[in-house]
Design a binder for this molecule. Structure first.
Ligand SMILES: Cc1cc2nc3c(=O)[nH]c(=O)nc-3n(C[C@H](O)[C@H](O)[C@H](O)COP(=O)(O)OP(=O)(O)OC[C@H]3O[C@@H](n4cnc5c(N)ncnc54)[C@H](O)[C@@H]3O)c2cc1C
Length: 226
């Protein structure tokens, strides 16, 4: 299967999928409870009630919400994750651009010239994304994001033959549960009596397509029961 690229940017894919949905963003659910045959989700000081609950979040976070005595906990505990440190660097367009993608190891395991993707023409800076490998990420993920960017950006410049003066922007992102290293081996888990399904990419594998496949199967499962 060829690479799928969101245009003009990757978030366009979920934006398009969610265009008819009522989505609350920037809202962290801090607890989920069963009450009178319904789910009660707590967010800040407000509650949200629902008949069905679909948890499409990393297994460790699903475990935190459901609690250690939940019947699905032993299955969720089996799922393993790789951490990922990813750094974005914006360079002056004059800086060298010797390649579009390059695989390596350590801090520079996967280097992508993001602005070379289709639909990114005319951007003022050359955007690079540098992903560290799981070992490097695990060792350094505790550092502050600014420090991580300071560590990785010079390694990118060295690889490209670019100069400090070319850097216009740099930022790091830390994903504790970036990609499934040990997926569940099935698309989702269900507790039909309680109207609960738990899934995501972690069911089948580490890629967005795995999350999509799990989501489709979860939807079929729920629709068959409505
Ligand atoms: C750096 C990086 C690069 C990647 N590159 C690729 C790639 O090139 N190709 C590819 O196919 N895949 C890639 N992946 C993997 C891809 O991003 C995932 O497979 C995909 O995002 C999984 O989708 P999902 O909906 O299952 O889960 P997620 O995208 O993880 O979505 C879960 C959402 O739930 C939210 N959430 C968690 N807990 C709570 C809570 N308590 N309350 C409210 N919200 C909560 C999270 O904030 C998150 O938005 C990459 C992942 C990373 C980290």
């Amino acid at each position: 299967m060829g690479a799928r690229i969101g245009m003009p940017s990757m978030p366009q894919v979920p934006r398009m999928l969610a265009r008819k949905l009522d989505v609350a963003q920037g809202a962290t659910v801090t607890s989920v409870l069963r009450d009178g045959g319904e789910w009660v989700l707590r967010k800040d000081s407000s509650n949200f009630r629902a008949d069905l609950l679909v948890l499409a979040i990393p297994a460790p976070q699903a475990r935190d919400l459901l609690g250690p005595t939940h019947s699905l906990d032993p299955d969720l505990e089996r799922v393993g994750f790789h951490a990922s440190v990813t750094v974005m660097v914006g360079l002056d367009p004059e800086a060298p651009r010797p390649f579009v993608t390059q695989k390596g190891e350590g801090a520079r395991a996967w280097v992508v010239q993001d602005s070379a993707k289709p639909g990114r023409e005319g951007q003022p800076l050359t955007a690079w994304v540098v992903q560290a490998d799981p070992e490097w990420s695990r060792a350094y993920i505790v550092l502050p994001v600014a420090r991580l960017a300071d560590l990785v950006a010079p390694r990118l410049l060295q690889l490209l033959g670019a100069l400090d003066d070319h850097v216009r922007y740099q930022a790091a992102h830390r994903w504790l549960y970036a990609q499934a290293s040990r997926p569940l081996g099935q698309p989702f888990l269900a507790n039909d009596d309680a109207g609960l399904v738990v899934g995501g990419d972690r069911g089948l594998g580490p890629m967005a397509e795995d999350g999509w496949a799990s989501g489709r199967t979860r939807a079929d499962h729920l629709l068959a029961r409505l």
